[in-house]
Ligand binder design. Structure first.
Ligand code: C2E
Ligand code: CA
Ligand code: CA
Length: 773
C-alpha cells in the first residue's frame, strides 16, 4: 500500500526526536552499565584478595600450630632419651621404669598413644600403648611397631643430639613419630637404642582445631575443593607425604553479593533517573519544539502558494534562545516570501501600461466563475471585447507616446464605466475586454455595450491636441461548459464582424458568425491556391463617353471561379487585403489586363485600361518598376494605363504614400480617385494629391433618383477648379445618365451601357459599337 507522503514525513521527523531520545537512553544506560561493571569488578577483586589473605593467614596458623605441637614432642623425646634411667632400661629391661614413668595420665599429658624403645638395630626392645584408660604392653608384631622400625631405619646415623620426628601413614591414619637416640645424660657417644613417641595426629587435631578455629584434615594428597586449602607438612627428613587441609568459608561472601546487588540497583536507578531527567530536559527544551517547527514547515509547504484562505504559518517564539532566533527568521522568511509571491502573482496578472488586468487575469477569473456556474449558479456571463478603430493611425501620426497615453485614457474610461463586480483587462495592443457576470436576467447587454462605446469615444486632449477614438465591440454570452478561451475567440469573431460592418459599433456573437469565420478561412485557402495557379480572370467594364457614344476606357476587374461559380470580388478582395494576399492578386491582374490591352488595341487603338491598386500595393517601392516592365513587355504606352486608387487607400496619410503617388504621376500614369465621397479624406487633401480624375461612387448616383445631388455637384465644381476629369460609376438608368449629363458628367460607367465582361465578349462588344458607328 502506498503511504501518503505527509504521514511519511511525519514519521521521519518524529523519528529524529525519538531517535535522539532512544540514543540518549541507550548511551546513559551503557554508561551506567560500564560504571557498574567496573565498580563491581574492583569490589570483587578486593574481596577476593582479602579472602585470599585471610585464608593464607588461617593456613599459616594451622601449619604453625601443627608443627609447633610436633616440635614439642621432639623436645620431650630427646629429654627422656638422655635420661639415665632410660639408658639403664634399655641396657637392662626394667618393668618398673615403664610402669612408673609412662602411666595413662603421663601419656595423655604428652598427647601420645605409644612409647616405644628400639634396640640400636631397630628391634623392638619394649613399648607401651594407651588403649582407652589403660596402658598395655606393645607387641613386636603390631603394625604400628613395624612402621616405627622402618621409619627409624631410614634415619641417617649418627643420630643428632636432639629429637627428630617423622610423619607417616599407618593403617590409614596420620601419625607423628618423635624419636631420639638413647644416651647417657652426660651425652657420651654411646647409644643404647632409640626412644620413639607416637602420636595419632587426627586425634590430637581436635584439640588444635579449637585453638586455631578451623577444622584440620590430614590427607595424603594435595587435591582441594573450592573452599579448601592445603599445605604439605615437612618432617625432619623433608617431605612427609602428609598434607594439612583446611576448609575456609569466604568471610565476606554474603556481603559481597549484597554489595553487588546494591551496586546494580544503584547504577540502574541512577541511569534511569539520568535518562528521565536528561530526556525530559532535552525534549522539552529542544526536541519537542524542533518537531513542532518541522510540522509547521510541512504545513507551510503544503499550503497552496498565495492562497488567501490559508493563514500564513507562524513559528512560535517563546523567548530569545537559538530556536527563538530561528523561529523569528523563519517567520520573517515566510512573510517575505508571501509578499513576493503576492507581488509576483499580481504582476503576472497586471497590464503594466494601464494597470488593468491582463489576458491571464481575465482567463483565470473566467475559469473560476465558469466553474461556479457549472456548479449550478444561474448566471449571465458576458464578455465584451473591444478593439480601437484606427489606433494604428494615431500611433503612426502622433507617435507611440501618444498611443500609450490614449490606451491609458481608454483604460480609465472603461474602468470607470463598469460595475464593481465586472473585470476590465487589456488583452494587448489596442484590445480591451470586460468580463461581466451577473445573476441571470440582470444583464442588459445592449445598454452596457453602448455605454462602453460611448465612453471610449469621448474626446480627450493630448499635448493640446484633441483626440477622438472609436471602437468596435464584440459581445459574447459565454457558455460556461466550454473553456474560457472559446468565449474569448467568439468575442473576437463578433468584434471583427463589428469592424466589417463599419466600425464604431457592437455586434453580438451568433453561431452563424462562427461559420462565417470558417468560410473565410476556406476562402483564404482558395485564394492562396489560386495565386499559385494564376487562376484569376480579368474582366472589363466599359466607361462610355456619352458625347461621342464611344468607349473611352475599360476598368479591369478581378474574377475568381470557385467550384465552377464566380465569387464576388467584394468578398475575396477585402479578405485578400486582410490576409496580405492582395499584392500578388493585383500583380496578376495588372499583367493580364495589360496583356489583353495589346489585343484590344487591334479593335480599338488608343483604348485606356483602368487598373485597381490597393493600399498595400502602393506601399511597395517596387511598384513603378513592375508596372514599367509589364508595359514594356506588352509594348503598351503609359498613357493607355490609368490607375484607380480608392479613397480609403489614400485616406491614410504619410510621406511614403504621397511620394509614391508623385512618382507614379511623374512616370506618366493618370490617377483616378475611386469611390469618391465614401471615405474621410478632406477636400484639402484631395487637392494636395496628384489625381487626374475623380470617380463618383455608385451610392451618390443612386441618390440622384431621390433628388439628392449635393455631392455630385460639389465634385463637379471641385474637378473644374482643379482641372480634373470626372467619371460617374454604377449608373443603371438612362434617367440617371440624363441628370449626370446635365450636371457635366460625360464619362459614364454602369450597367446602363455594359456589365463587366471577359476579354472575348468585350472584343465583340467593341466591334459592334464600331460597326454601329
Ligand atoms: P470598384 O473599383 O468600385 O469597381 C466597380 C464595381 O461596381 C464593380 O464590381 C462593378 O461590377 C460594379 N458596377 C459597375 N456598374 C454597376 C452598376 O450599374 N450597377 C451595379 N450594381 N454595380 C455596378 P465588382 O467587379 O464586383 O468589384 C467590386 C470591387 O472589387 C471593386 O469596386 C474594387 O474595389 C474591387 N476590385 C475588383 N477587381 C479588383 C482588382 O483587380 N484590384 C483591386 N485592388 N480591387 C478590385
Ligand atoms: Ca475601381
Ligand atoms: Ca468604385
Amino acid at each position: 500500500m502506498k503511504m501518503r507522503p505527509q504521514s511519511r514525513t511525519l514519521t521521519r521527523s518524529w523519528s529524529l526526536r525519538l531517535r535522539i531520545l532512544v540514543y540518549l537512553g541507550c548511551l546513559l544506560a551503557g554508561v551506567g552499565l560500564v560504571g557498574y561493571t567496573i565498580t563491581n569488578y574492583l569490589v570483587d577483586r578486593n574481596v577476593a584478595a582479602f579472602e585470599e589473605r585471610e585464608a593464607q593467614t588461617r593456613m599459616d596458623r594451622a601449619v604453625l600450630g601443627v608443627t609447633q605441637s610436633i616440635s614439642g614432642m621432639d623436645v620431650v623425646v630427646y629429654d627422656n632419651a638422655t635420661w639415665n634411667d632410660t639408658f639403664a632400661h634399655l641396657q637392662d629391661f626394667n618393668a618398673e621404669y615403664l610402669s612408673t614413668n609412662y602411666t595413662a595420665a603421663a601419656l595423655r599429658n604428652l598427647k601420645v598413644e605409644q612409647v616405644i624403645f628400639l634396640t640400636p638395630q631397630a628391634q623392638l626392645h619394649s613399648g607401651v600403648e594407651l588403649v582407652g584408660d589403660a596402658v598395655q604392653v606393645l607387641h613386636a608384631n603390631a603394625v604400628l611397631v613395624q612402621a616405627v622400625q622402618r621409619a627409624v631405619m631410614d634415619v641417617p646415623l649418627p643420630a643428632p643430639m636432639r629429637g627428630q620426628h617423622l610423619l607417616r601413614w599407618v593403617n590409614g591414619r596420620a601419625v607423628a613419630m618423635a624419636f631420639a637416640a638413647v644416651r647417657r645424660s652426660d651425652a657420651g657417644p654411646q647409644t643404647a637404642g632409640w626412644m620413639v613417641l607416637v602420636r595419632d595426629l587426627d586425634r590430637s587435631a581436635q584439640e588444635l582445631e579449637q585453638v586455631i578455629g578451623n577444622e584440620l584434615v590430614f590427607a595424603p594428597d594435595r587435591h582441594t575443593q573450592a573452599n579448601q586449602r592445603v599445605q604439605p607438612l615437612p618432617d625432619s627428613l623433608g617431605e612427609s607425604g602428609i598434607s594439612l587441609k583446611i576448609t575456609v568459608e569466604p568471610a565476606l561472601k554474603d556481603q559481597s553479593t549484597r554489595v553487588g546487588y546494591l551496586l546494580l540497583l544503584n547504577s540502574t536507578a541512577m541511569s534511569l533517573i539520568a535518562i528521565l531527567l536528561v530526556g525530559l530536559l532535552l525534549d522539552g527544551l529542544v526536541l519537542r519544539r524542533l518537531s513542532l517547527f518541522a510540522a509547521l514547515a510541512r504545513t507551510d509547504k503544503s499550503n497552496p502558494v498565495g492562497d488567501e484562505n490559508v493563514p500564513l504559518t507562524r513559528w512560535p517564539v517563546l523567548g530569545t534562545d537559538e530556536l527563538d532566533v530561528l523561529a523569528v527568521s523563519l517567520n520573517a522568511m515566510v512573510m517575505e516570501r508571501s509578499l513576493t509571491e503576492n507581488q509576483l502573482k499580481s504582476e503576472a496578472r497586471t497590464d503594466v501600461l494601464t494597470g488593468l488586468g491582463n489576458r491571464r487575469h481575465l482567463l483565470e477569473s473566467m475559469e473560476r466563475i465558469f466553474a461556479q456556474a457549472r456548479r449550478g449558479q444561474a448566471m449571465d456571463l458576458t464578455v465584451f471585447l473591444l478593439d480601437l478603430d484606427g489606433f494604428k493611425h494615431i500611433n503612426d501620426s502622433l507617435g507611440h507616446e501618444a498611443g500609450d497615453a490614449m490606451l491609458v485614457w481608454i483604460g480609465h474610461q472603461i474602468a470607470h464605466a463598469i460595475r464593481d463586480s465586472d473585470l476590465a483587462v487589456r488583452l494587448g495592443g489596442d484590445e480591451f475586454a470586460v468580463f461581466s457576470f451577473m445573476p441571470q436576467g440582470r444583464q442588459d447587454v445592449e445598454v452596457f455595450a453602448e455605454r462602453i462605446l460611448r465612453v471610449v469615444s469621448r474626446p480627450h486632449t493630448y499635448h493640446g491636441q484633441i483626440l477622438v477614438s472609436s471602437a468596435s465591440l464584440g459581445v459574447v454570452v459565454a457558455d460556461p461548459s466550454q473553456p474560457a478561451e472559446v468565449a474569448l475567440r467568439n468575442a473576437d469573431i463578433a468584434m471583427y464582424a463589428a469592424k466589417n460592418l463599419g466600425k464604431n459599433r457592437y455586434t453580438v456573437f451568433t453561431d452563424a458568425m462562427h461559420s462565417d469565420v470558417q468560410e473565410r478561412m476556406q476562402l483564404e485557402q482558395h485564394l492562396r491556391q489560386a495565386i499559385k495557379e494564376r487562376a484569376f480572370d480579368v474582366w472589363f467594364q466599359p466607361i462610355v463617353d456619352i458625347r461621342s457614344g464611344k468607349t473611352a476606357m475599360v476598368e479591369a476587374l478581378a474574377r475568381l471561379k470557385i467550384h465552377g461559380k464566380y465569387c464576388p470580388p467584394n468578398r475575396f478582395i477585402p479578405l485578400a487585403e486582410d490576409a496580405g494576399l492582395i499584392a500578388a492578386i493585383g500583380q496578376e491582374l495588372a499583367e493580364k489586363a495589360v496583356e489583353a490591352l495589346s489585343r484590344l488595341h487591334k479593335v480599338q487603338p488608343g483604348l485606356i485600361v483602368n487598373i485597381n491598386l490597393s493600399a498595400h500595393q502602393l506601399m511597395d517601392p517596387a511598384l513603378p518598376d513592375f508596372l514599367h516592365a509589364t508595359l514594356q513587355k506588352n509594348a503598351v504606352s503609359v498613357e493607355h494605363v490609368h490607375l484607380e486608387l480608392t479613397e480609403t487607400a489614400v485616406a491614410r496619410d504619410g510621406e511614403r504614400l504621397f511620394a509614391m503617388l508623385v512618382q507614379l504621376k511623374d512616370a506618366g500614369y493618370h490617377l483616378h480617385l475611386d469611390d469618391f465621397g465614401t471615405g474621410q479624406s478632406s477636400l484639402n487633401r484631395v487637392q494636395e494629391l496628384p489625381f487626374g480624375s475623380l470617380k463618383l461612387d455608385k451610392s451618390f448616383v443612386d441618390l440622384l433618383l431621390k433628388d439628392v445631388d449635393t455631392i455630385p455637384r460639389l465634385m463637379i465644381s471641385l474637378a473644374q477648379e482643379l482641372d480634373m476629369q470626372v467619371i460617374a460609376e454604377g449608373v443603371e438608368s438612362l434617367e440617371q445618365v440624363g441628370m449626370l449629363k446635365e450636371m457635366g458628367y460625360f464619362l459614364i460607367q454602369g450597367y446602363v451601357f455594359a456589365k463587366p465582361m471577359p476579354e472575348d465578349v468585350l472584343l465583340q462588344w467593341l466591334q459592334e459599337q464600331k460597326n454601329r458607328g
